[in-house]
Design a protein around this ligand. Structure first.
Ligand code: SF4
Length: 227
């Protein structure tokens, strides 16, 4: 496919995704509809990743038990944070919830000691990582679905050398472009319903969303969810 044709395909995919998400959000005030829109977006993203991966020449090397990227910064939007909270509150035991809250609190306090630059250079295990697996796999954020690698050595290098600014991006360029387009379009769909789509650091906001429902209420009112 020529470059202009690929760009046109990305533009069409962007508009379709944005419009589907916006339509499924309804009026943007009912959490159930918004959570359904998030879940449906995740399914379309997964289907696209599976479909595109089958046609690319370099194989994706990600596999169960490989968790290097679960120690890097995870970008999320508010709808994803509240989808996680809904999921854990309805499926985790009290013990699991307490353990998660402890880890999320500890991670947040580590972050308060770091500048933005230092944060990027510091590995912090995601509080949702449990026994080398994602404890919310079905509801993991879109960035965790999108991130992939065609070279696991590059992931290990990034993990071992988080301060290295010259790490080569090991994502497949076509898969990366398509999935990033979908992520951006989904945020635009929520934004079209007047909802905050700021990109947050999961480690910074998870404990707030877990421990106080006012953040979700703020978001549903169209305000910035986390300050
Ligand atoms: S949410 Fe799951 S997949 Fe994403 S960083 Fe955390 S443990 Fe890893």
């Amino acid at each position: 496919m020529t470059q202009p044709a690929f760009q046109q395909q990305l533009k069409t995919a962007y508009e379709n995704e944005r419009d589907q998400v916006a339509a499924q959000c309804g009026k943007g005030v009912d959490f159930e509809s918004l959570n359904t829109a998030t879940g449906n977006f995740y399914r379309r993203l997964d289907d696209t990743i599976t479909g595109v991966s089958a046609h690319i020449e370099q194989s994706v090397q990600c596999q169960q038990g490989c968790t290097y990227c679960c120690h890097f910064k995870v970008d999320v939007s508010a709808n994803e944070v509240f989808a996680i909270v809904e999921h854990v509150q309805s499926s985790f035991t009290q013990d699991q919830l307490e353990k998660l809250a402890q880890k999320a609190t500890s991670n947040k306090s580590k972050l308060t000691m770091l500048s933005q630059a230092k944060r990027i250079e510091t590995n912090i295990a995601c509080p949702l990582l449990e026994d080398n697996a994602c404890s919310i796999y079905a509801m993991r954020p879109s960035m965790c679905r999108k991130i992939h690698s065609t070279n696991v050595d590059a992931c290990q290098h990034a993990y071992d050398n988080p301060e290295d600014k010259n790490i080569k991006n090991a994502e497949h360029p076509i898969l990366s472009a398509i999935t990033m387009t979908m992520l951006t379009a989904a945020r635009e769909g929520f934004s079209a319903r007047g909802l905050d789509t700021t990109v947050y650091d999961l480690n910074e906001v998870l404990i707030d969303a877990l421990s106080d429902s006012q953040y979700k209420k703020r978001w549903l009112k169209g305000k910035k969810a986390f300050v």
